[in-house]
Design a protein around this ligand. Structure first.
Ligand code: MN
Length: 198
């Protein structure tokens, strides 16, 4: 873990990223795809969960946000792929625009695809096409393995389910989606952005 992150130590020592608003770099590594969870305070509050698949971000809207409790099954509604550059977007979308409201980067980092079939690794793109993917997140708030499953609940093709896999990162007490509202990039909350402090 330490080796590659150390290349950012100079960057970090030169600035307080919570004050400057610049990316902290987090645990993102170039040799691994990234994930991002954006807290989007739009007409209804939700968390946009995105996984890098090639050069786009496959995306789901999770109304309650991800949970670290394996007993919690979180509805995840598939939405349109977003460009990679969206991964560090924070700001205010005008009220009369699509998705009008504020966006912060609630968590981000890299992820490792763990999906297997008959003991063989399945690329993330194929896993999602087949309706089931398992992956390990390396974020600040979210860590450990999660699974996304295409449930089509209620007959709706857009419906998936996001669940924490029961591993040693599972935590039934911590509930970051309700207790840690700030951006991991800038420290700002949606409310601060709405008030123009961003
Ligand atoms: Mn959204």
């Amino acid at each position: 873990m330490a080796g590659k992150d150390d290349t950012l130590s100079t960057y970090r020592n030169k600035r307080d990223t919570k004050k400057s608003g610049e990316p902290s770099g987090g645990r993102r590594k170039k040799d691994r795809p990234l994930f991002v969870v954006q807290r989007h305070d739009a007409s209804s509050l939700h968390f946009d969960f995105r996984l890098q698949v090639g050069d786009v971000l496959a995306s789901w809207a999770v109304p309650k946000g991800p949970s670290l409790d394996p007993r919690e099954k979180r509805l995840a509604t598939r939405t349109e792929d977003h460009p990679l550059g969206y991964a560090d977007f924070e700001g205010s979308i005008p009220k009369d625009e699509y998705g009008g409201g504020t966006v912060i980067v609630w968590d981000t980092g890299d992820f490792e695809n763990l999906t297997e079939r008959d003991g063989e690794p399945v690329p993330i793109e194929k896993a999602l096409d087949a309706g089931h993917a398992k992956f390990e997140l390396h974020g600040e708030k979210l860590a450990g393995a999660f699974a996304l499953t295409h449930t089509k609940m209620g007959g709706d093709e857009k419906n998936w389910m996001l669940v924490k896999v029961n591993d040693d990162q599972a935590d039934r007490r911590r509930n970051p989606a309700s207790t840690q509202n700030e951006s991991v990039l800038s420290g700002r909350t949606n409310e601060e952005i709405a008030e123009g402090q961003g």
